[in-house]
Design a binder for this molecule. Structure first.
Ligand code: FAD
Ligand code: NAD
Length: 466
C-alpha cells in the first residue's frame, strides 16, 4: 500500500491544478487519471479542441464571405477538413504533454488508471493491464468532472447523433446539422459547422437562448447569429429521433405541447447540458451520496466526509475550467492549512462565437429580482474607433453599478475580443471598484478596451465618444 499526503482523482483543470499546487507546497501527491492523456474534458474534448476549430473556421469564413476581399486580400479558399482536424489534434497533444511536463517539474506522480474510493483514506486504482494498486492518503480530492446529459428518446451513437466529442471530430461537413440546446456548446459548435458550410438549425426548449445570460445580451447574440444564417426554433422540444445510415429524422413539438412536425438532418448534436461524473467511484464505501442531479455537495470544497474534498464540474457552481482551477488552488491551500477563498461572485463566463460574449457579476434580471437599485452604462462598438476600422463593430459593453455606492456589480460585453476584455472588469469586481474608478483610468488608444472606459463613463452620463 503506497502512502501519500494527497491523492487526486481526475486529471482535468480541477485535478491537474490541484496536483501541481500540492507539489509546489511540498506535499507528497499523486493524480489518478484513467484517460490516455492528462487535461480532462477541457484539453482533450472541450475548451481547447473547440477553440482550435472556432479559430480555424473563423479564418475560413473570413476568406469565403468576402471579408478578406474587402480588405484587399484576394483569395480562393479550399477547405481541407482533414488538415483542420489534424492541426487541432496536434495542438491538443502538445497541451496534454505540457501537463505531463508540469507534473514532472512539480514532483506529481501520475497514476494511469481508474480510481475508486475504498473506505476512509483508501483508494484502489485499476491500471490499464487490469491489475489493481492500493493507495492511502490523509486527504483525497474528487475531481472527476462531468459528462454530457443524455436526452431520452435521442440516443447518442456518435455516428449520426453526436455529443460534443463527436461534433469535434466529424469526417465531413454536414449538409444540415440540427443542434439540440441553444447553450454554450450548441452555439460554439453550431458556429464552427455553419462557417464551414452546414445549414444549422438550433432547437431550444426555452423561449430564449443561453438561459442565465443577461437578457439584452442574449437577444443581441441571437439576432447576430441569425443574421449569419443560424436558424433557431425556440420553445420547441424534440420528442423522438430516428437515426438511419444517411441521417436522422427528428420529431419536434411546441414545448407547451401541440402538433408534431418532422425535421430531417444528416447529423444531430445533443448539447442540453452536462452532469457530474461519479460512476464507479465507490462513494458508498465512505458514506458519501450525490444529490438528485448526481452532484457532490461541498462546504468550502469539503465533502460531508472528513478528509474527502470535491472540486470542479463534479460539484456545485458553473461548469467552467477556470472555476475548477480556482477551487483547486483554494482546496489545496486549505489542505496545507492556509487560508483561501473562491469568490463565486467574480467568475467570468465567455461564449466564443463571433462576436464573443463575456460576462462577470450580476445580470440586470438578477439585480431586479434582488430589488437592488442600479445604474446602467452602455457603449456600442460602433463608436469604438479600433472596432470600426477593423470592420467588427457589432455589440456593446454594458456596466451595471450600484445606484448609491457606484460599486460595479455586473458587466456584459458582446463584441470583438470580449473574452480578453472581461479580464479588466474581473479585477475591478475583485477590488470592489466603482464605475468612476474605471472611467478615470487611462486606456490605450486605439484599442477595444476604450469601450470599457466609455461604458463606465456612461454610468454617470458622460460617455464622450457616443
Ligand atoms: P474534467 O475536465 O471533466 O476532468 C475530469 C477527469 O477525471 C477526466 O479526465 C476523467 O477521465 C477523469 N476521471 C473521472 N473519473 C475518474 C476515475 N474514477 N478515476 C480516474 N480518473 C477519472 N470551460 C471553459 O471554462 N471554457 C471553455 O471554453 C470551455 N469549452 C468547453 C467546450 C466543450 C465542448 C466542453 C464539453 C466543455 C467546455 N468547457 C469549457 C467546460 C470545461 O471543459 C469543464 O468545466 C472542465 O473541464 C472541468 O474540469 P474538471 O477538472 O472538473 O473535470
Ligand atoms: P448549457 O447549459 O450551456 O445549455 C444547454 C441548453 O440546452 C440550454 O439552453 C437549455 O435550456 C437547453 N435544453 C435543455 N434541455 C433541453 C431539451 N430537452 N431540448 C432542447 N433544449 C434543451 O449546456 P451545454 O451547452 O451543453 O454546455 C455544458 C457545459 O459546458 C456548460 O455548463 C458550460 O459552462 C460548459 N461549456 C463552456 C464553454 C465556454 O465557457 N465557452 C463552452 C462549452 C461548454
Amino acid at each position: 500500500m503506497s502512502n501519500y499526503d494527497v491523492l487526486i482523482i481526475g486529471g482535468g483543470p480541477g485535478g491537474y491544478n490541484a496536483a501541481i499546487r500540492a507539489g509546489q507546497l511540498g506535499l507528497k501527491v499523486a493524480c489518478i487519471e484513467g484517460r490516455e492523456t492528462l487535461g480532462g474534458t477541457c484539453l482533450n474534448v472541450g475548451c481547447m479542441p473547440s477553440k482550435a476549430l472556432l479559430h480555424a473556421s473563423e479564418l475560413y469564413e473570413a476568406a469565403t464571405s468576402g471579408e478578406l476581399n474587402n480588405l484587399g486580400i484576394e483569395v480562393t479558399p479550399t477547405l481541407n477538413l482533414a488538415q483542420m482536424m489534424k492541426q487541432k489534434d496536434e495542438s491538443v497533444t502538445a497541451l496534454t504533454k505540457g501537463i505531463e511536463f508540469l507534473f514532472r517539474k512539480n514532483k506529481v506522480e501520475w497514476i494511469k488508471g481508474w480510481g475508486r474510493l475504498h473506505g476512509p483514506g483508501k483508494v484502489t486504482v485499476t491500471l490499464a493491464d487490469g491489475s489493481v494498486r492500493e493507495l492511502q492518503a490523509k486527504d483525497i480530492v474528487i475531481a472527476t468532472g462531468s459528462e454530457p446529459t443524455p436526452l431520452p428518446g435521442v440516443t447518442i451513437d456518435n455516428q449520426r447523433i453526436l455529443d460534443s466529442t463527436g461534433a469535434l471530430a466529424l469526417p465531413k461537413v454536414p449538409k444540415h446539422l440540427v443542434v439540440i440546446g441553444a447553450g454554450v456548446i450548441g452555439l460554439e459548435l453550431g458556429s464552427v459547422w455553419r462557417r464551414l458550410g452546414s445549414e444549422v438549425t438550433v432547437v431550444e426548449y426555452l423561449d430564449r437562448i443561453c438561459p442565465g445570460l443577461d437578457d439584452e445580451t442574449a437577444k443581441t447574440l441571437q439576432r447576430t447569429l441569425s443574421k449569419q444564417g443560424m436558424r433557431f426554433k425556440l420553445a420547441t422540444k424534440v420528442s423522438a429521433a430516428q437515426a438511419t445510415a444517411k441521417g436522422v429524422i427528428l420529431d419536434l413539438q411546441p414545448a407547451a405541447g401541440g402538433a408534431v412536425e418532422q425535421l430531417q438532418a444528416d447529423y444531430v448534436l445533443v448539447a442540453i447540458g452536462r452532469r457530474p461524473y461519479t460512476a464507479g467511484l465507490g462513494l458508498e464505501t465512505v458514506g458519501l451520496a450525490t444529490d438528485k442531479r448526481g452532484m457532490l455537495e461541498n462546504q468550502q470544497h469539503k465533502s460531508g466526509v472528513p478528509g474527502i474534498w470535491t472540486i470542479g464540474d463534479v460539484t456545485s457552481g458553473p461548469m467552467l475550467a477556470h472555476k475548477a482551477e480556482d477551487e483547486a488552488i483554494a482546496c489545496i491551500e486549505r489542505i496545507a492549512g492556509h487560508a483561501a477563498e473562491v469568490n463565486y461572485e467574480a467568475i467570468p463566463g465567455v461564449i466564443y462565437t463571433k462576436p464573443e460574449v463575456a460576462t462577470v457579476g450580476k445580470t440586470e434580471e438578477q439585480l431586479k429580482a434582488e430589488g437592488r437599485a442600479y445604474k446602467v452604462g452602455k457603449f456600442p462598438f460602433t463608436a469604438n474607433s479600433r472596432a470600426k476600422i477593423n470592420h467588427e463593430a457589432e455589440g456593446f459593453v454594458k456596466v451595471l453599478a450600484d445606484e448609491r455606492t457606484d460599486q460595479i456589480l455586473g458587466v456584459h460585453i458582446i463584441g470583438p475580443s470580449a473574452g480578453e476584455l472581461i479580464g479588466e472588469y474581473c479585477v475591478a469586481l475583485e477590488f470592489s471598484a466603482s464605475a468612476e474608478d474605471i472611467a478615470l483610468i487611462c486606456h490605450p488608444h486605439p484599442t477595444r478596451s476604450e469601450a470599457l472606459r466609455q461604458a463606465a463613463m456612461s454610468v454617470h452620463g458622460w460617455a464622450m465618444q457616443a
